[in-house]
Design a protein around this ligand. Sequence first.
Ligand code: ADP
Ligand code: MG
Length: 364
Amino acid sequence: MSFLEIKRLRKQFGDVTPLRSVSFSVEKGEVVSIIGPSGTGKSTLIRCINRLETPSSGQILLEGKNICAPDTDLTALRRRVGMVFQSFNLFGHLTVLQNIVMPQMDILGRSAEDARKEALRQLRRVGLDSKAGSRPEELSGGQKQRAAIARALAMQPEIMLFDEPTSALDPTMVSEVRNVIARLASEEEMTMLIVTHEMRLARDVSTRVLFLNDGEIAEDGSPEQIFDSPLNESTRQFVMRVNSWQWVIDYGRTDFFMMMSSLEAFCQSRFMNRRLMNSCEMVVEELVSGHIQPCLKDYDEMRVEFRLETIGDNESVTLTAEFSGVDLDPFDEYALPMSDAIVNSKTRRIPQDGEGIRVWEIIV
Ligand SMILES: Nc1ncnc2c1ncn2[C@@H]1O[C@H](COP(=O)(O)OP(=O)(O)O)[C@@H](O)[C@H]1O
Ligand SMILES: [Mg+2]
C-alpha cells in the first residue's frame, strides 16, 4: 500500500474539467514535483489532496483510507497534510512567532508554552529565529515564505504540499526557499508534493517528476528522464519551452529594449551566474546592433528569430538565429568588426547545414 494513492481523479468546474483522470501514487519519503502548462489543474490537484477542493469523482487514499469520503474529518486531515501557498498567507497583524503559535494552539490544542517552543524550533530550522518578533511586512518575500514553511512544519504533518512556493518571489530570493525545501528533502526525508514552474526546484529537489497535461499525468519519471530524455512528445515540448527564450525581430515592430529585458528575465529565471548572463546579453546585443539592425535598414522584409536554449544546469547554452525574407546572410554581409570581435570572444560557432540559420554556443 502506498502512502498516498490517487486513482482516476476527476474535477470539473461547470463546463471546465481540468482534471479528467489523474492517477499516481507517492511513497513515504518521496519528493514528487508536478509540472505542466498553466491552467492544467496543478493547483486544483493538490487542493483536492487536503480537501480545499472536493473531487468530482475518483479516489484519494491516504494510507489506504479514502479522504474523499463524506465522513472525512477535514481538520484531522489538514493536520496530516501541510500546505504552503504561493502567496504565503501569513496574518499581517501578528508577529512571525504568533503566526506559527496560533494554529498549533487552535488546531492541535498545544499549550502556549509548548507552541512557542515548537515555533522557535521550526524557525531555527528555516534560519529565521532572529525574525520571530517581526511582522510579516518587515520580511522579504523569501523570508515570508520560509516563515510559512515553518508554520506548516510546526503542525508535524506527514506530507507537505507546496503550490508554486517560489513563483511570487524575486529571482534573488528563490534560492533561499529552494535550499530550505532541499534540506527538508535530503536531511529530513519529508514526504513532499511540489507544484512548481521553477525547473531547478523540480530537477534538484525531487526524486520523481510528474508532467500533468490535458487532464492526465502524461509522464512520470526521474528528473533526468523528464528533463533530459522525455518519452512523451508533449513533455519534450513543454520542457524545451521552459528552457528556452525566443524573440522575433520584424521590421518596425521590435522594441529592442523590451527584447533585452526579456532576455535578462530569462537568464535570471535560469539562475545564470553574472558572467554567463553578461555574455548572453552582450552577444545578442552585438548581433542585433552589428548585423540585424543595419541589414533591416536595407531589407525591411527580413525577419529574424532568436532562440537561447539552456541544457541542465546551464552546462550548455546555445543561441540560434533563424532568418528569412532575405537572400543574403546578415551575419556575413553585414559586419561591424567591433561587434564580431566581441561575439567571437564569447562564442563558438556551431556549423549548420541549413540555410538561414546560425548557431553559436556561448562559452560558459
Ligand atoms: N474554483 C474554481 N471555479 C471555477 N473554475 C476553476 C476554479 N479553480 C480552478 N478553476 C479552473 O480550472 C482550471 C485549472 O486551474 P488551476 O488548477 O488553477 O491550474 P494551474 O494551477 O495548473 O494553473 C482553470 O481553467 C481554472 O480557471
Ligand atoms: Mg496553480
